[in-house]
Design a protein around this ligand. Structure first.
Ligand code: GLN
Length: 539
């Protein structure tokens, strides 16, 4: 088993995750078995309690972990499933060590950062590699070299070279070459950052220099010289239009081949035609479609990363450029506002969310889509919104709401299920990770998924469609197109998806299909939504 450790210096947000993912994609394209680990040096046990506006989206794995968004990048670029163990945080490591200490498992030793914490870190990394039976595990260390909180992780990966042998471990350091006002690209911060990394005892084998424009060969040689890394192992990571170009840019510079050489892996020519085609489709698609993404102003951008990616994958599959237009829900104060904001668009997406800001605006957007035959795609909260809207305006349930937004709603069409109230831990009541949904025959959803059987989608939500109202909603014409199967367990019979009859495409899911969408495996509802939007545009 081999490991490649990715660290970063100079500043954060260098695209370390994209570098690690792209490297993984290149190794996968050669047929190697690859696993990926993200280390987050913060104390939080997971990303579930963190603000997405600050840290970006909370990604959800199949086994129900709430993780850093980089796991989503790994899944998309490597076309693999990650799991709970793939995101290691300081909090998890210390908790395990402290629990073990309380049980007396360290006998009467003094429990210390070295070796107990560092051993636990290494155990966790190895566990991921073993579970995936990986040839190579890419381990990305979050934060920046020099941070106090990263030190135990750097010490752990430093000593892995001695545990695992030289040809089984390599270090790749990502730095920044900033452009100064004269337009010149500066290499000095890279020099300092590598010196800082060396002070922890780690010498990089590879350097990736992030800059706005490609770094010249002359500059690569200069960096190589002062960092003592071979010039052919210094790579330029420059701005590209689409992230999926990054693996190709690295391949052209020889990264995949050099990593194989350094780790004494079998040399295999990479099969990259999928990525070439995908980039070609992204850059010059035949069609174009405009989607309105209705959300809270503060939540735009990285907090919906997987949804934006899902739309992109659907665009690649449908040979269409998908332009996403942010529609601030808080500005939709009337039906007229909703019309003005949405009528020129080809589809309306209402995405996930927590809290009551912007809710009424989202309901107006759903109403507009329903009454104007606009393709509508609701994800999680987007389903709850559609149900509230339908209840109020079609099922005669005035005052219908979710108890999340109005505790005393006259008609709580969305609410917390009684079984959930038995646990006191807020986080514990969430429905997380893979849950089955049984698709009903003769529904649009059956066409979307190509089956009326059971499919798995990932979940992350607390509220459900209130079963007490389902009959009344159905009587008014709402179609429940999928439910949670089973009898005894929590969730049996819960609404998983809805749609409307006599509407070209009005589909909403309680799940988050975006978490399973990948360039190589496009999410069926994303694809169907984009196809419907294209048809709407043509009509
Ligand atoms: N706030 C809603 C719930 O908790 C929706 C969550 C979501 O969109 N992920 O059920």
């Amino acid at each position: 088993m081999k490991y490649i450790f990715v660290t970063g210096g100079v500043v954060s947000s260098l695209g370390k995750g994209i570098t690690a993912s792209s490297l993984g994609a290149l190794l996968r394209a050669r047929g190697h078995r690859v696993a990926a680990v993200k280390i987050d040096p913060y104390i939080n046990l997971d990303a579930g309690t963190m603000r997405p506006y600050e840290h970006g989206e909370v990604f959800v794995t199949g086994d129900g972990a709430e993780t850093d968004l980089d796991l989503g990048n790994y899944e998309r670029f490597l076309n693999i499933d990650t799991s709970r163990g793939s995101n290691i945080t300081t909090g998890q490591v210390y908790r395990t060590v402290i629990e073990r200490e309380r049980k007396g498992e360290y006998l009467s030793q003094t429990v210390q950062v070295i070796p107990h914490i560092t051993d636990e870190i290494k155990n966790r990394i190895r566990a991921v590699a073993q579970a995936a039976n990986a040839d190579i595990t890419v381990v990305e260390v979050g934060g920046t070299v020099g941070d106090i909180e990263s030190l135990p992780f750097l010490e752990a990966i430093r000593t892995m070279r001695f545990d695992e042998a030289y040809e089984n471990t390599a270090y790749l350091h990502v730095t920044l070459a900033p452009e100064v006002s004269t337009g010149e690209i500066k290499t000095k911060p890279t020099q300092h950052s590598v010196a800082q990394l060396r002070s922890t005892g780690i010498s990089p084998d590879f350097i990736v220099v992030r800059s706005s424009t490609p770094v010249s060969d002359e500059m690569r040689r200069k960096i190589a010289l002062f960092t003592s890394v071979e010039p052919e192992r210094v790579y330029s990571s420059f701005n590209v239009e689409y992230l999926y170009e990054v693996p190709l840019a690295f391949e052209e510079q020889g990264l995949g081949r050099e990593v194989e050489k350094r780790l004494k892996l079998e040399t295999i020519p990479p099969a990259l035609s999928f990525w070439h085609d995908a980039v070609k489709k992204l850059k010059s698609p035949t069609f174009e479609v405009n989607i309105g993404f209705v959300g809270k102003y503060v939540a735009m951008g990285d907090s919906y990363l997987s949804i934006l990616e899902g739309l992109r994958h659907a665009g690649i599959a449908a040979d269409a450029r998908v332009n996403v237009h942010w529609v601030n829900a808080e500005t939709l104060d009337s039906d007229e506002d909703a019309k003005t904001a949405l009528e020129h668009l080809d589809g309306v997406l209402v995405g996930p969310g927590f809290g009551m800001r912007g809710i009424e605006g989202k309901i107006r957007a759903a109403k507009f889509a329903r009454t104007h035959n606009k393709p509508y795609f609701g994800i999680c909260l987007g389903l709850q919104i559609a149900v509230i809207e339908f209840a109020r305006h079609m099922a005669n349930l005035e005052g219908a709401n979710s108890t999340e937004f109005d505790q005393y709603a006259k008609h709580p069409v969305i609410g917390i299920m009684p079984e959930q109230l038995e646990t006191e831990d807020l986080g514990g009541t969430m429905r997380l990770g893979d849950w089955e949904m049984n698709i009903k025959p003769s529904t649009l959803l059956e066409k979307v998924y190509g089956t009326s059987g059971t499919v798995l989608e990932r979940h992350r939500h607390r509220y459900e469609v209130n079963p007490d109202y389902v009959q009344r909603l159905e009587a008014a014409g709402l179609i429940v197109s999928a439910v949670t199967p089973g009898k005894a367990q929590r969730g049996a019979g819960l609404v998983e998806a809805i749609e409307l009859p006599n509407h070209p495409f009005f589909v909403a899911l309680q799940a988050h299909p975006e978490f399973k969408s990948r360039p190589m495996r496009v999410s069926p509802p994303f694809k169907a939504f984009i196809v419907a939007a294209l048809e709407h545009r043509k009509a």
